[in-house]
Design a protein around this ligand. Structure first.
Ligand code: HEM
Length: 165
């Protein structure tokens, strides 16, 4: 015979599983942002190699640009997962701003518009570093609300001894 406690018992592992999945999502986003920072740091270095006269630097910079922008889009998907599962939206909005900046950056690089490409590159890297610190320091999910305790006002009134019976 099924009892009321059976339902509660089977719900517990489900809740634990959802918590683990949420935690995995947080670590995935942190790892992606870490990889993103690592790869983008190579960009000014390769640009410097190129500007010093080694043309291979431009080839590496172009390859780095493809990797950086691809990681940006993967990060956007991970940030959407965090928003849906953890109900925290700031990583998505910050990543969206970065992805837009990187896309403009990419096009400016291809156009040779260095007046835009250089300052935007510096700003994008600075923004990504700030986001990296934020995803490691700030919680990536809302804390569950503590269960509500029934207040005295809403509790069922106790039977009073009236002496009528
Ligand atoms: C502070 C960071 C950066 C600096 C100083 C920098 C500098 C440069 C320089 C000097 C060029 C050569 C332009 C020319 O010869 O006309 C270039 C090209 C380019 N950059 Fe950057 N860049 C930076 C970051 C980035 C980032 C983050 C991306 C990607 C989102 C990117 C994408 C490109 C692309 C696609 C090109 C064209 C490559 C080609 O012509 O094959 N750059 N960049």
């Amino acid at each position: 015979m099924a009892t009321a406690t059976d339902g509660q018992r089977s719900a517990l592992p489900d809740r634990e599983g959802a918590g683990n999945r949420r935690r995995t999502g947080e670590w995935v986003l942190r790892a992606i942002v870490g990889a993103h920072v690592f790869v983008i740091f190579g960009q000014p270095v390769f640009a410097g190699v190129y500007l010093s006269g080694d043309y291979d630097g431009l080839r590496w910079h172009a390859a780095g640009a493809n990797i950086v922008t691809s990681i940006g889009y993967v990060q956007l998907v991970a940030a959407i997962v965090i928003w849906v599962r953890g109900r925290v939206s700031w990583p998505f909005h910050a990543t969206l701003a970065l992805v837009v900046a990187e896309t403009v950056q990419y096009l400016a690089g291809q156009d040779g518009a260095l007046w835009l490409h250089l300052p935007l590159g510096v700003m994008t890297i600075a923004g990504l570093v700030v986001l990296f610190i934020a995803v490691w320091r700030r919680p990536l999910r809302l804390r569950p609300r503590p269960p509500r305790t029934r207040s005295k006002a809403t509790a069922a009134p106790e039977r009073r001894e009236t002496g009528d019976e």
